[in-house]
Design a protein around this ligand. Sequence first.
Ligand code: M6R
Length: 609
Amino acid sequence: MCGIVGYIGTDHAKEKIIDGLKRLEYRGYDSAGIALPINGSIEIRKAVGEIKNLESKISEAEFDSSVGIGHTRWATHGKPTEANAHPHGNMEQNIAIVHNGIIENYQEIREWLATEYGIKFKSETDSEVIAHLIGLYYDGDLLAAVNKAVAEMKGAYAVAAIAAEEPDKIVAVRKDAPLVAGIGKGFNFIASDIPAVLKYVQDVYLIENNETVVLTKDNIVIYDENGNTVKRDVYPVEWKADAADKADYDHFMLKEIHEQPKVIRETLMNRLNEDGSIRLDDISMTKEDIENFNKIYIVACGTAYHAGLVGKMVIERMAKIPVEIDVASEFRYRDTFIDDNTLFIAISQSGETLDTLEALRDAKSRGARILSVVNAVGSSIARESDDVFYTLAGPEIAVASTKAYTTQLICMYLIGLYMGSTRGTMDKEYYDRVLDELKALPGKVEKILYSEEKIKDMAKRYHFNDHVFFIGRGLDSGVSYEGSLKLKEISYIHSFAIAAGELKHGTIALMDSETLVVALATQDILYDKMVSNIEEIRARDAHVIGLAKEGRTEVEKVSNEAIYIPECIDEVAPVLAVIPLQIFAYYVALERGCSIDKPKNLAKSVTVE
Ligand code: M6R
């Protein structure tokens, strides 16, 4: 949930690191720091809050080196204070480390280091023990000391370390937390995420679990856990450098909302052959496997879970297999019925969400076949899956997920279509119709984006509301959850999603003239029932924004306001219906002066349970 950047070369390391940290701020942003080896010692600077606070502390000319490591933090152990910020040093101040992940046995190590060696700790973090352990084992060979330290550590980590006596290298190690080495000419980078280095390198090595990597300015050497050198293929990053820039947009979230026509098209077309069949050359699942599946579990968190809510209904409709959906943190602790004929679908933008990863591991150990829908190439979830459906959303920087969600939906349709056609549960006519509708989505999303001003005006009228409800039926109910999450996470308005039919069983008690309800009525088959639900709400004086397909004007008559999406079949409406909700959340948050790309208390990738 934090971000790591290290640079070694001939340039000013602090500038490169600050630039990389700014690109990683979405990973965590409550404090940040930099460590540089200077004149035989390690100099560390830290600041609470955003990276710009750190920048003002490192401006003096003496704080300079061509090697260094930096970190942006999302607090897990200890409050976001300067003492708890990374990098952490040892007592002699000749070692510094940055760490992502959690050291599970840190208390034990801490006590041992304090009792046996009199080590005094400056922070409340689990990470500080790593610096002291490396310091304890250090005798002039940083690689050896890191290896010895790692042998004592339990948990998940990506660590980068520097030593004052060896200013010509950075040593890094990975276990269950992402780590990449960026390959430059006369310089190299280490980072937790590709966007940090995208401006400077186009090729990276993806570091695997239990590997250690030594970077000098001209070399990158990877070692396995037995100390053997590993030959790793270069991974060419296809993302363009500007993919991780805001361009002319005020926020990454707005930019990412506007990228949706493009990324939806790319995610779809990447999987389609000219004859309309689905291209699965990289998927090992056979026809027989698909015919034999008797059950599917979809497991994910947050927005990815909401994509799964739609995925469940789509796959059940197309492939006629029972699909259960669960949030990952619940799935692991209930009775599930998994066997060799179970398909487990994990959905994750980052591919690093620990709850989802652990649920996947649990399902795998019990015989399930694992298919993941992931955005980050080479991430842990992707690597531990039998097959991966990549969403080609490009880097998603805003904490609030938008384009990842719509591309996840596209994957759900493709999986539904493929399974349905393989199992013979959908006829050719329906298959072709759905496919045509999917292909038309990018143009229709563009059309909705043209109505941005109208939704912006609506946000100006409704940003005062303290309570907002999102309701819908069928596929709309899944989208309601996503609309509600978008609004609450960036505007801090209390919002709540509920299946529209369930409203009258209790929640309608909350409706009065102070309440705003966003009512989704895009499903033709449930349209009349939604109109009745809206009338029930209006009878309690609540304000309603109705959302329906063009031409369904009844909604406008019963609501205070209406938003229309282009005509489409019910199945694909979620991709269109969510766009106005994303725009609404964005402009409400803007009106309320919120920190849109970096909402309080949140981090982009949640690598703790
Ligand atoms: O990287 P993942 O898709 O696994 O992340 C899951 C959730 O943490 C994520 O979707 C979160 O809910 C976002 N903040 C939603 O906008």
